[in-house]
Design a protein around this ligand. Sequence first.
Ligand code: IMP
Length: 426
Amino acid sequence: MLDAKTTCTVVVGAQWGDEGKGKLVDVLAERADLVVRYQGGANAGHTVVIGDKQFILRQIPSGILHQQVTCLIGNGVVVEPENLFAELDQLRERGIDTSGRLFVSDRAHLVLPYHKLLDAASERSQKLGTTGRGIGPAYEDKYGRRGIRVTDLRRLECAKDLLEDRVARANRLLEMMGSGERARLEDHVRLLERLAPRLLPLAADTGLLVHRALREGRRVLLEGAQGALLDVDHGTYPYVTSSNTTAGGAAVGAGIGPTAINGVLGVVKAYTTRVGNGPLPTEAESPFGERLRELGGEFGAVTGRPRRCGWFDATVVRYAARVNGLTGLAVTKLDVLDSFAEIPVGAAYRLDGDRCEEMPAEVEALGRVQPVYEKHRGWQQPTGTARRLADLPSGARAYLDRLEALSGVPIRYVSVGTRRDQIIEV
Ligand code: IMP
């Protein structure tokens, strides 16, 4: 992917997030000129391991770790500036120079402290298991046409007037929701005054930058956050995030037309995880779930929450392939399965006695489905040193062949460890 024919490629999660998109973007960014985040915000946690250093990036695209790459935060992202600055400082402290290589869309909306208060208050009744970063309320304001955008900081006096109205509104909502918390206008005004001088030099028409880059024949990688089953339209609603995580969202959120995109890489784990609430049909029983969690280090990169773990669910990935138009698959964390004697794979579901190959719209129905499992014999050999498919044990190759057949998408990459070099290009 990202060759002469796929100059504009999207990388998306094809499960419930945390599939290892950060690593794939890092690997692909080696041949990219631009890497663009197009949705979500500081709810994402993209982990990249280089040598003995681990980087967790929330808003800055993982491509920043390559010195030749320019990174953009697109108009579809909801930006939490203080967190962004903390990320920039962390990168600088660790020797990564970002100057002149990071731009933020002037059309992107801001996540402000009152959004986090609202997120916490609505969690008390909705219990979705959000990351608490204010993502839902920020998107609500965007679509309710009362958001505050990066460009508003250019006219600080107007932004302060907007704030007066938004903070008062947030406080009315907090009261209605029975929360004792209140947002303070003075704190928000001071925050904007502090943010503007650092954020405005990064502000740009990022859609135009992507358009120009593509016209000049440069290679552009669009970096998705979360996964297809967390998409607000296609996911397990209401247990979803508030943006379009799927490839269609990439065009809108990066500010380009859909015809510009010519490759969509779906990233999946060799098994399945989910963090937050909502159904997970192939959730593994004890002690297998715990073993997957321990071996895979399955704890949230943003919240530290233990992830729920289960077996590969082909219905999920087939669905993700369809709604994203996947042209290739990257299977990550194959090595986590190395020690299992038997590995179940959910080939389809059974719903009220009938075989079901498609994702039901109703979350309640998804909570009721019974996975139809195929049992695969484990290979019980380490895979971490494999660099070609031929280096893998035959059982692991057979497992991958089956995932490919069930998903209907060709496997292009297999990741066998956290390090940059632990990858097989097929
Ligand atoms: P929110 O995005 O914070 O509103 O959370 C909504 C749902 O999406 C919750 O179930 C979160 O756990 C989940 N979620 C949000 N971001 C991520 C992510 O980067 N990885 C995995 N799950 C996520």
